[in-house]
Each structure stands twice: as structure tokens, then as C-alpha cells.
Design a binder for this molecule. Structure first.
Ligand SMILES: *Cc1c(COP(=O)(O)O)cnc(C)c1O
Length: 380
């Protein structure tokens, strides 16, 4: 059976990227690797929309989140954490693990972020050094208004740190233009590369925090990484074959164009939402993103059973709910190397599987709604 991934990381890989993994390994202390790193760096600046360097680490996305905390802050520092799902909670856990005081802003799972509330909190507690948040909170699929938040925080002393791990390329994000100080991403989401690389950009305002941080770090030292990057090197052995794969995926993204990539994501997301509503199911939250659609299931349908059935019958792998949403939602990612036909496949599998589990679906209703968004317009 063919495998079809609709998960918010890892995501399906383009053929060019898969084939790049079959090449012979090269050594990283060579001119050849320097040229690859130079190209990757230029192209990463393009997708991050920044003039600052993009540091590269061999790790999953969480590694770069931890690196940000260890490099920006010192024990006892206060940071504000937007908690609207599992990844917001992760920020608080990491900050606490490093001895910082994580002040939570609990907004409720699936709820949009009100940037003015963050501004108020910062005004009341001027000791807060930074706001840690997501571009898209992947546990619910909720998009946060980072542009408005950037505007508010650039007038304060606080630094804005955004985990854009799932959102980068799927949503518009102007790192420099919006005044976002730190942006984090990883390879296995919309950057359509296997898991194992994480990226981070740091503004001048944020580098000042790095200069003063007393937290322990060694492998994750930003200053060391920046010095080496200036010489087109990495301090330690990078995941060489992944860097080569990333170069190939970044070429594909640039060929399509960043704006078009985000627009494609937007259209696929819209089609998915229309389809879900057409089969009388609800969508979680009030700010759905281009990354994934969280489908609220009727109480009689168990999310884990539904996922297993979609996988077993149709080779369609979707994600489940996390935390208290476990079993109650499924998350359909339309992230990365995806097109209209992928949405047809996943909606079709959803309809057939729901019917098999006893939910009264009129087959084709969701499909029709998706098709109307995805094309199929009559040419006159
Ligand atoms: C995927 C993801 C992460 C990181 O997960 P890893 O498994 O460490 O790569 C962090 N934040 C968000 C919002 C994510 O979507």
C-alpha cells in the first residue's frame, strides 16, 4: 500500500530531495561543503525574510527552542509564555528547566491570541525580558497574529521569540519587516526535508541578551555558531546529507516562490475546511491556519479508531489530538509538498472511514466542497 502522510511533521518529500539522500557522503571541512553551506544560508535568509544570519543546528525543532532559552536568558529572568496548546506549554517547561520564571498567558487551546493583552502584561511587568510564542500552535492548528505582536513589542524592551517550526513557508512571515527578534524552524515541516535540522535567526536586539546570558551551554552556543558560520563552517559535524537535501528543497521553494508557496497552502487549507464543514463536522478554534485542520469529532466517533482505519484502509496517515484533545479530534495537515490531489485523497478517505464507523456521511459531499475551491471551474 502507498503511504500518504498528512501529519504536521514529518511531511512528504519531493523526489529530488529523496534522491539527494542517496549521494555519497562528503566531508564537511572542504570547499565543496562550504559552497553548499553558503547556498543554504542565502536561501534560508530568503525563506526567513531576514538579513541576519540563520544559524543551523543538528537537532529536531525542540533543540532550537532549548538553545534559544539557554542563549538568550539567565536563571531568574522573567519571560512571558503564550500558552494555547502543547507547544506553548513546551516553552514554559524549557524556560523552567533552565531556571527562568515563566509567566504564563493562558489563552485557551484553539483560541486566537489577542496581541494587546500581551502588550498590557508587558507594561504591568517591565521586568519581562521576552515573549515566547508560536506562529502556528500545531497542537490545535491555530494561527497567531505575529505581525501585530511584533509592532507592539518593538516599542518595548522585550524581545519577541517565535517558534515558527510548523508555520514557516506555510504562512506569510516577515522576520525583519514585522520586528520579530528570534525565529525558529526545523527541516521536517514545510521545508520538506527529513527530520534532523533546526534553524534560528537572531536580531541585534536579541544578540544583546545573548551577550549577557549566564546560562550553561556548550553544543548550542550561538556565539560559537555565528563565528563559525562567518567562515562557512559549523562548530561540530553537521548532518551533512540533510544539509544537501535541504539545499535541494530550498531550491524547489525558491523556484515556486515564497509567496506562491504560502498561497498554495492557503488554498489547500480552505478546501479542507470547506469539505469538513460540508460533512457536518466542526473545526476547532477561531483562528485556523494554513498548516493543518483540526476536525472536532462527534462524541460517538473515537479519533484513534478513525485514524487507524484511515491508515489501514487507505494508507492515509493523519495526526490525532494531544493532551485533553486526545481521541476527540483528528488533525489533517496540508503542509509542505502537497497539492489539490492530496486534499481529494484525504477527504475521500475521511468520508469513507466515517461511514464505516457509523457516522451518517453522504459520500462525496465533502469532496464536492473541496473540488469547488480547488478548481474544476467550467471553462466557457
Ligand atoms: C513540530 C513542532 C515543534 C518541534 O517538534 P520536534 O519534534 O522537536 O521537531 C515545535 N513547535 C511546533 C509549533 C511544532 O509544530
Amino acid at each position: 500500500m502507498k503511504r500518504r502522510l498528512f501529519t504536521p511533521g514529518p511531511t512528504p518529500l519531493p523526489e529530488e530531495v529523496r534522491l539527494s539522500q542517496a549521494r555519497e557522503i562528503i566531508h564537511h571541512r572542504t570547499g565543496e561543503f562550504k559552497r553548499i553551506l553558503e547556498e543554504v544560508e542565502e536561501r534560508l535568509k530568503y525563506v526567513f525574510r531576514t538579513d541576519n544570519e540563520v544559524l543551523l543546528f543538528t537537532s529536531s525543532g525542540t533543540g532550537a527552542m532549548e538553545a534559544a532559552v539557554a542563549n538568550l536568558f539567565s536563571p531568574g529572568d522573567e519571560v512571558l509564555v503564550v500558552r494555547g496548546g502543547k507547544f506553548g506549554e513546551r516553552w514554559a517547561e524549557i524556560a523552567q528547566a533552565f531556571g527562568m520564571k515563566a509567566v504564563p498567558l493562558d489563552i485557551g487551546w484553539g483560541r486566537a491570541l489577542d496581541p494587546a493583552k500581551v502588550g498590557n502584561k508587558i507594561q504591568k511587568r517591565p521586568k519581562i525580558k521576552a515573549v515566547l510564542t508560536q506562529l502556528v500552535e500545531t497542537s490545535t492548528g491555530t494561527l497567531y497574529d505575529i505581525e501585530a505582536l511584533g509592532k507592539i513589542l518593538s516599542e518595548t524592551g522585550a524581545v519577541l521569540v517565535v517558534d515558527a517550526i510548523s508555520g514557516l513557508c506555510a504562512q506569510p512571515l516577515c522576520t525583519d519587516g514585522w520586528g520579530v527578534d528570534v525565529v525558529i524552524a526545523s527541516s521536517q515541516k514545510a521545508l520538506v526535508t527529513p527530520p534532523g535540522l533546526a534553524f534560528i535567526t537572531i536580531s541585534e536586539k536579541a544578540w544583546k541578551l545573548v551577550e549577557n546570558s549566564t546560562s550553561p551551554k556548550y553544543y548550542w552556543d550561538f556565539k560559537k555558531a555565528r563565528n563559525d558560520l562567518a567562515k562557512l563552517q559549523t562548530p561540530y559535524t553537521p548532518a551533512i546529507s540533510l544539509v544537501v537535501a535541504l539545499r535541494d528543497s530550498l531550491r524547489l521553494i525558491e523556484k515556486e516562490g515564497l509567496e506562491k508557496v504560502a498561497k498554495r497552502h492557503s488554498r489547500l487549507a480552505q478546501a479542507t475546511r470547506k469539505a469538513v464543514l460540508a460533512i457536518n463536522l466542526e473545526i476547532l478554534g477561531d483562528s485556523p491556519s494554513n498548516v493543518l485542520t483540526s476536525v472536532v469529532l462527534p462524541s460517538k466517533i473515537n479519533g484513534e479508531k478513525l485514524r487507524e482505519l484511515m491508515q489501514a484502509r487507505f494508507g492515509v496517515q493523519v495526526a490525532g489530538g494531544q493532551g485533553s484533545l486526545s481521541g476527540k479530534i483528528i488533525r489533517i495537515a496540508h503542509l509542505g509538498w502537497m497539492d489539490a490531489s492530496d486534499i481529494i485523497v484525504v477527504i475521500s478517505a475521511l468520508e469513507m472511514s466515517l461511514l464505516e464507523l457509523g457516522y451518517p456521511v453522504q459520500l462525496g459531499r465533502g469532496l464536492k466542497a473541496a473540488q469547488e475551491i480547488l478548481g474544476g471551474r467550467r471553462l466557457s
